[in-house]
Ligand binder design. Structure first.
Ligand code: ATP
Length: 458
């Protein structure tokens, strides 16, 4: 992939491109939108699926000691008492007595007064309340009777459906510690502030791994996963220079955690958490043992030792990864227009591993019919192995620009010569170079170029 210097877009530019090209739309737009809810369009869902499939392959199917599961969004409410969420899953809430706006006390310096946006909430003259704890879980009625006894919570994280299933998975898979259970799914948090596009939503998707180890081996597995997780983002084409690992200070560490690192990305709004990796000790399994009165300890059949395993957790956000890929791929450079004059070009430099469309196929003109026929034939064949797009509308330069803006790595054009010599043009998104290849050699030429474009970026 090109290492050409690239621009750091604003969040507004990303939001607008996403809407314009069909990656992500404001939810319920025809009703005026719905705060912090976003719908993924045709290109967005491809990007999101690539993220999830790559994570699943890297975390689960390529490893002998990790298995998957898919737990329910709604569980017995005791799960959230045991996990500590009922008691302690709070953010500190501050309300402006003047305008009634709500802020997170710990993020107040990043906020603006909604009435006087040039000022921070405490600088605008409004009187702020003292912080009070606000529980982020959504409480929902459960069952047909809306009485106080029948309620549960929408899960605020996926991992708490993994711990209660520890024994079920252990006995049915015949895994031995160390081993992991992974899950991808929706989580819900009643966030106080929800700006920053898909970075902070009330409904979002997580990719979580709980890796169970012997207490003496937890430190070593923790180091393994911290490094493996950062490498995964680099493997998706995210620039290493815009990623960093940040260790939590002692005062920031959750009371049960022994150590924690965040993978952070340099988003348009600054360095922010993309994922957390924590050594959660034996806290979760012990709490579920206490609340359920079930034995969740592990007996090593080789040594005879019985213990409650430690857990190393990796907790990543699907949506934050999508925003990372969009921010990292976004670029503006110069390209010649139809008259040969240079003009600005918007381009998403996605790795072919995640690009929503990998190959676009065009006939140069809609006539003669043989040209269209050959282009369709080539696309039909390639569609079996690649995500393809057929386009015959508008001049060829505009078609290239459209594909550049959605991040398609290669465009294949069928022209008059193709009908004579069975050759086509492959045009590269990043350097706009064009090569002529015979249709018989097309697949290997595509594979070579995609391999080159999949190389990690510095
Ligand atoms: P933050 O400090 O940004 O609120 P967090 O520390 O509460 O994040 P975790 O509980 O560690 O987040 O959740 C793990 C991951 O889930 C985060 O790193 C992020 O990628 C994702 N995530 C958490 N909350 C949200 C949200 N409201 N919207 C989108 N993704 C989220």
């Amino acid at each position: 992939m090109s290492d050409a210097p690239s621009v750091q877009p604003s969040l507004n530019e990303i939001v607008s491109l996403c809407k314009r090209r069909g990656f992500i739309f404001p939810s319920s737009e025809i009703y005026g939108g719905f705060a912090a809810s976003w719908d993924y369009g045709p290109l967005g869902v491809e990007l999101k699926n690539s993220v999830k499939q790559s994570w699943w392959k890297d975390t689960v199917t390529s490893r002998p000691n990790v298995v998957g599961m898919d737990g329910a969004v709604t569980t017995h409410p005791r799960v959230w008492e045991a996990s500590g969420h009922v008691e302690g899953f709070h953010d500190p809430l501050i309300i402006c007595k003047t305008c009634g706006h709500r802020f997170r006390a710990d993020k107040i310096n990043e906020e603006q007064c909604p009435q006087k946006p040039s000022k921070k909430p405490h600088e605008c003259g409004g009187e702020l309340t003292e912080p009070k704890n606000f529980n982020l879980m959504f409480k929902v009625h459960w069952g047909p009777v809306e009485d106080a006894g029948q309620f549960t919570y929408l899960r605020p994280e996926t991992c708490q459906t993994i711990f209660p299933n520890f024994k079920n998975v252990l006995t049915t898979t015949r895994q031995r510690v160390p081993f992991g259970i992974a899950q991808i799914g929706k989580s819900f948090r009643n966030e106080i502030t929800t700006k920053s596009f898909i970075f902070r939503q009330r409904e979002f998707e997580q990719m979580e791994l709980e890796f169970f180890t012997h207490p003496n081996e937890a430190k070593q597995w923790f180091e393994h996963w911290v490094n493996a997780r950062k490498e995964w983002y680099i493997s998706l084409g995210v620039r290493a220079s815009r990623l960093r690992l940040r260790q939590h200070d002692a005062d920031e560490l959750a009371h049960y955690a022994d150590d924690c690192y965040d993978v952070e990305y340099q988003f348009p709004m600054g360095w922010q958490e993309l994922e957390g990796i924590a050594n959660r000790t034996d806290f979760d399994l012990k709490r579920h043992m206490e609340y359920s009165k079930k034995d969740l300890s592990y007996r090593d059949d080789l040594t005879g030792e019985k213990y409650v395993p430690y857990v190393v957790e990796s907790s990543a956000g699907v949506d934050r990864t999508v925003l990372t890929l969009l921010s990292d791929a976004y670029d503006i450079d110069q390209a010649p227009n139809d008259k040969g004059e240079m003009e600005e070009r918007n381009v998403l430099r996605f790795s072919p591993k995640v690009a929503p469309v990998t190959l676009a196929v065009f006939p140069l003109f809609k006539k003669p019919p043989e040209m269209v026929e050959l282009a369709h034939k080539i696309e039909d064949d390639l569609r079996l192995d690649y995500k393809t797009n057929y386009d015959d509308a508008g001049n060829i330069g505009k078609r290239y620009r459209r594909q550049d803006e959605i991040g398609t790595p290669l465009c294949i054009t069928v022209d008059h010569d193709s009908l004579q010599d069975n050759s086509v043009t492959i045009r590269n998104r990043d350097d706009m170079s064009q090569i002529r290849v015979s249709v018989d050699q097309l697949r290997s030429a595509i594979a070579d170029q995609l391999k080159e474009m999949s190389k990690p970026r510095a």
